[in-house]
Design a protein around this ligand. Sequence first.
Ligand SMILES: *[C@@H]1O[C@H](CO)[C@@H](O)[C@H](O)[C@H]1NC(C)=O
Ligand SMILES: *[C@@H]1O[C@H](CO)[C@@H](O)[C@H](O)[C@H]1NC(C)=O
Length: 211
Amino acid sequence: MSSEKSEETTEKKSWQIRKKHIIIAIIALIVFYIGYKFYPVKGTDVIRKISKNKKKVCGSAKGENQMYWKKWLNDPNKVEIGDVFRPCPSSNQEVICDREILGKIALVVDQETERLNVTYRAKTELEYDITKAGIHLKVTIDGLSAVDKQLEMCKMSNLTHISCPVRKGLLKLHDSFALPKLLMKGSYSAEARLTNQHGDDIACLNVQFDI
Ligand SMILES: *[C@@H]1O[C@H](CO)[C@@H](O)[C@H](O)[C@H]1NC(C)=O
Ligand SMILES: *[C@@H]1O[C@H](CO)[C@@H](O)[C@H](O)[C@H]1NC(C)=O
């Protein structure tokens, strides 16, 4: 009778110990995962790694447009990660190589802060004033959707530094944004479609890089 009872309590105890071990193991796994995924990236290392695995560029640029970013890209602290182009693909999966490149998106190491910046340069001839512009932005990390948002460019001038209306004629844009110090390791991709007040495409952009 008493031995049965003690057997029960030892079983209970051993289950409790096991439960504790399982919880500790799960916590260790989470800590390990976070430590593995989030780490303070060294800008120069990221630039070197991406430069090594550079992908083929799809599309072509008008000669004079190319001059706008060719020299700018020729910098050991900078690496190209995407294009601004036209026309936009009709579906998400489609990749059109017969497209005009309007600009380049790059990662650059800020020498002062040693942080990574996303920077871009684009140039185009606008045939009409832009009074309203929509941005459909999609970001995936390791193939999982992180952002899928419809934004209004004209209401984001604090961030984009582009003020509306954007007058027709030659349009040259360039800017630089600092990335957070702590970045998650992974495969990043982003695409955005810019549409005007009539809902027609202005341009598209895509970005892809692994860190
Ligand atoms: C944008 O800038 C204006 C001033 O130029 C400021 O009043 C406003 O709070 C800013 N908005 C954001 C979201 O930072
Ligand atoms: C990085 O971005 C910040 C603004 O976020 C800017 O002040 C700095 O000049 C940029 N540096 C480079 C090298 O683009």
